[in-house]
Design a protein around this ligand. Sequence first.
Ligand SMILES: [Ca+2]
Ligand SMILES: [Ca+2]
Length: 168
Amino acid sequence: MKFPGFVALALVPVAIASAQPTDLDNEASALSIDSTSGAWRLSWWGTSGRTYFILHSETLMSWTFLPLIEQGSDAWLHYGFWLSPTPPRVFLRLRYTDQPSTDPYGDDFDGDGIPNGWEIEQGLDPFNPADAAHTSRGFTYLELYQQSLGGGVDPTTANVAGLIVFSP
Ligand SMILES: [Ca+2]
Ligand SMILES: [Ca+2]
């Protein structure tokens, strides 16, 4: 599991706080606990035209994208999740872009040849084009993504010993 600290629920609309907040610092984001389910809930005002990512950290030293991309529509967004196992502490922050997008998972915001959705699945940064050249199991992530399109390699299960490498 790539995000052992998180057992994600769904992004669910909740009929609370329906009015637009007057203070939009940090998109008016707030963390709360759902009194019914006991799940954590990150809420923020999703501004129309913006695409949102969520990063989490347990140390504030390194941050990882959660497997979620949401687009604002001038309404509240809520992301519910369980923490399992419960870490001593967890930090969350939003990252957003105003880049136009009709397919936020399929678009490639940093232009590195890898779509946003595949990047966050693999623990890459959809705002850092340099990580496409980083290597895993003897391949760059760009190569692994391109191979995944052909169905040849699933980078989540790839084993170098089981790959055939062609040399020109
Ligand atoms: Ca990319
Ligand atoms: Ca990238």
